[in-house]
Design a protein around this ligand. Structure first.
Ligand code: ATP
Ligand code: MG
Ligand code: MG
Length: 554
């Protein structure tokens, strides 16, 4: 489905198309820095940028903003490409690296110097900061601000040639130290870093800053609408200042448009904090199914469709807000409900012996693969004298209104017979070892007259002879607080100690051949996926993606 609810960005594009501002061209870009794994916040930006290109028959570029060589790695580049493709988007030939523009960026910097619009400053980083001023106080000019063009060019060329150590000089845009916008107080646009770059190797020892690189990269790619998050609103005047100075040498001047970033409850949304969770071993790696990285949500069982639906549903606005985790989970439920075949699994087994059922008999019961999709057919589950039910489906002293099994009570075994509990066998410490039932041979589901007698409870079960053991991991939210990141306390204080439980469960025999990423509804338990990494042939591992209903905080 291509949903396209209107939003303020679409309105801008439609107006531009109407006035012919870009001759009908729509080009966007997704510009990640390859310094970590993408998270669900990035998915919002990916769906937005690629979605607009798709809907307006335009182009969306994938650009790696790789100007911080210390933090960037090929591993992250690869994982980012995987994540974008997994979400269902393709950049085709429009793959770029800001580092591909290093020559051009350098050339434009010399051009700015020659226009008197940039200068080499030899103050230390601390001195520059001290002279920058504050929100209420204007900054002060550096004593090096009025160096001659010749001297600036000479120093900048020698910076490039590697004559100076890190920090000896920087190149700054010459704008206005008294500007009320601190971003315009002669921002640094180049710094010296004698560091190997993951793509350009040792070619460069000076690297351009983000603000300088970003607008020029956009212009070189002929981006029309450059979408970024609200924090960059104050940077827009700098974006425009730089491109206005370069009008004669770049192909166009894209429009920067800011939108509200995604803030999601029960999670933290910055790469830095996600790195802390991994390096501190609070989770089992970047793709731990509890992580909100795209690699993590994928292993958790999220589908690309569910994430795209989420992005569409939360929309795009100009106002910062919080999105409830329940909305993301609901998108997954809706998608899974459509695509997941139903299966039976017993997570905490209790043995049940059906006393009046023939010894060694085995009987076929038909279980539909999807209750609303008869075209998906049914499968056979076998009934035998000894079965397992969930421990939680039996109570010795049930409260009023308990419709599952209890002494003397009756329930329907789903797809099979009505049984009645006739005995409870206990161990020396009073723990329940097994229960005994009798069944009503005239009550088999699907046979004439089976529903003559109504019973309220309807529980699932597995034949003890046929059930197979498989590892099942019950994942829950990683944090117990909706806003772990706020209120001054360390977010790690709110880690949910019960966010991962590993069980040896009983499952239907057909589940033993589940393929990695095959998805199922385990009836009454939730939606599960066969783990992408750890499912081996004949030895599945199932992750609970989401429960059937939202029970959080209830
Ligand atoms: P982080 O602070 O988590 O490292 P970032 O913004 O530094 O995130 P980038 O790699 O620079 O990460 O982001 C690439 C793109 O994704 C940017 O255009 C950015 O605006 C967008 N983006 C990042 N986080 C979010 C978010 N929470 N919601 C929407 N868009 C986001
Ligand atoms: Mg960034
Ligand atoms: Mg960042």
């Amino acid at each position: 489905v291509t949903l396209c609810a209107s939003n303020f960005i679409r309105n801008i594009i439609e107006e531009d198309n109407r006035t012919g501002k870009w001759n009908g061209r729509v080009e966007t870009r997704f510009p990640p820095e390859p310094n970590g794994y993408l998270h669900i916040g990035h998915a919002k930006s990916i769906c937005l940028n690629f979605g607009l290109a798709r809907d307006y028959k335009g182009i969306c570029h994938l650009r790696f903003d790789d100007t911080n060589p210390e933090k960037e790695e090929q591993e992250y580049v690869d994982s980012i490409m995987d994540a974008v493709r997994w979400l269902g988007f393709e950049w085709g030939e429009y793959l770029h690296y800001a580092s591909d523009y290093f020559d051009k960026l350098y050339e434009f910097a010399e051009y700015l110097i020659k226009q008197g619009k940039a200068y080499v400053d030899s103050l230390t980083a601390e001195e520059i900061r001290a002279l920058r001023g504050t929100l209420t106080e204007a900054g002060e000019n550096s004593p090096y601000r009025d160096r001659s063009i010749e001297e600036n060019l000479d120093l900048f060329r020698r910076m490039k040639a590697g004559e100076f150590p890190d920090g000896a000089h920087v190149l700054r845009a010459r704008i206005d130290m008294a500007s009320p916008n601190i971003n315009l107080r002669d921002p640094v646009i180049y710094r010296i870093r004698h560091v190997r770059h993951h793509r350009t190797g040792d070619k460069w020892c000076i690297y351009p800053m983000y603000d300088y690189t970003h607008c020029i990269s956009d212009a070189l790619e002929r981006i029309t609408h450059s979408l970024c998050t609200l924090e960059f609103e104050d940077h827009r005047p700098l974006y425009d200042w730089i491109l206005d100075r370069l009008t004669d040498v770049v192909p166009c001047h894209p429009q920067q448009i800011e939108f509200a970033r995604l803030n999601l409850t029960y999670t933290v949304m910055s790469k830095r904090k996600l790195i802390e969770l991994v390096s501190g071993s609070f989770v089992d790696g970047w793709d731990d199914p509890r992580m909100n990285t795209l690699a993590g949500v994928r292993r958790r069982g999220y589908t690309p469709e569910s994430i795209r639906l989420f992005a569409e549903r939360i929309g795009v606005s100009k106002a910062d807000s919080w999105i409830d985790m329940g909305i993301l989970e609901e998108c997954l439920r809706e998608d899974m409900n459509e695509r997941a075949q139903r299966r039976l699994a017993i997570l905490a087994p209790l043995k049940v012996v059906i006393d009046n059922y023939p010894e060694n008999a085995e009987e076929e019961c038909l279980a539909p693969n999807h209750p609303q999709k008869p075209e998906w057919g049914s499968r056979i589950v076998h009934l035998t004298k000894t079965i397992y039910i969930e421990r939680s489906d039996f109570m010795e002293n049930p409260p009023k209104g308990y419709f599952r099994l209890s002494p003397g009570g009756e329930v329907r075994l789903r797809y099979a017979y009505i049984v009645k509990c006739v005995d409870v066998v206990k161990g020396v410490n009073g723990e329940i070892l097994e229960i005994h039932c009798t069944y009503d041979p005239d009550s088999k589901s699907g046979t004439p007259g089976a529903d003559k007698r109504k019973v309220k409870g309807n529980i699932h079960w597995l034949s003890a002879v046929h059930a197979q053991q498989a590892e099942v991991r019950l994942y829950d939210r990683l944090f117990t607080q909706a806003h772990p990141d706020t209120g001054g306390r360390d977010y790690k204080a709110f880690l949910n100690p019960d966010s991962k439980k590993v069980l040896a469960a009983y499952v239907e025999p057909v589940l033993m051949t589940a393929q990695p990423e095959e998805r199922f509804q385990f009836e009454r338990h939730g939606y599960f996926v066969a783990d992408l990494k750890e499912t081996k042939s004949g030895k599945p591992v199932f992750n609970r993606a989401v429960t059937l209903r939202d029970s959080w905080g209830k």
